[in-house]
Design a protein. Structure first.
Length: 223
């Protein structure tokens, strides 16, 4: 049976958006200078974005990018993620479908982003469809299927268990799936593509060790 979700907002990921995102660690380094960063944002058609994710950027493809560096340009050691979906899960401990209605205002803000759409109410199956489309975009760019696929757990993000997909390049882990929003209420969940240095955890745990894999994913996607 489908698991209910209060609301889902998303903008489909494209191969072009994936290519731009995955290439960021290797592009020429931009000095940590506000004018230099602003010039690069203008050149790419990006803009600063602070309403939805603190100190993030709205890319030219309409997704929200966050990095733990001052900017994502030419920062191979930076951890960064690209948000292409946002969901407001139902809290099973609250009961009903009206547990935190004010969060719809935050979902409205996501849905107002250019090119974004939404569904209210929604289900885990709708979220999985968004993730499956994103997988096709990542696979289309990388030319290879995910190295590992696993269901998430509530230790990684709120809401229903959704699929994580993992790729590894020689230098970075690419993880597609749900992740904590870490916003003002802390209950919303991102659907995102993470790009983090493999030094965070180079070796994947054995396929039958679900707890270790959950910890490995969390080390990369939540910071």
């Amino acid at each position: 049976m489908p698991i209910p979700v209060h609301a889902l907002a998303y903008r489909p990921l494209t191969t072009e958006a994936v290519a731009e995102f995955v290439a960021l660690p290797a592009v020429p380094h931009i000095p940590d200078d506000e004018d230099a960063i602003d010039a690069e944002l203008d050149r790419r058609g990006w803009s600063p974005q602070h309403e939805l994710v603190c100190d993030s950027f709205l890319t030219g493809y309409g997704h929200v990018l966050c990095t733990d560096a001052l900017s994502p340009f030419g920062q191979p050691d930076a951890r960064q993620f690209l948000v292409f979906g946002e969901l407001y899960p139902v809290d099973p401990e609250e009961g009903g479908l009206d547990n935190e209605r004010w969060l719809y205002g935050l979902m409205d803000a996501w849905q107002r982003l250019p090119g974004w759409t939404g569904r209210r109410p929604s289900t885990d199956q709708d979220c999985e469809a968004v993730l499956a489309q994103a997988e096709r975009a990542v696979t289309g760019h990388l030319g290879t299927a995910p190295e590992r696929t696993a269901k998430s757990s509530d230790t990684l993000a709120n809401g229903p268990a959704l699929t994580h997909r993992i790729w590894r390049t020689p230098t970075h882990a690419l993880i597609l799936g749900p992740a904590p929003d870490n916003g003002p209420y802390g209950y919303l969940t991102h659907l995102q593509l993470s790009c983090t240095p493999l030094t965070c955890g180079p070796e994947l745990p054995p396929a039958d060790d679900a707890a270790a894999l959950t910890k490995w994913i969390g080390t990369h996607v939540d910071w």
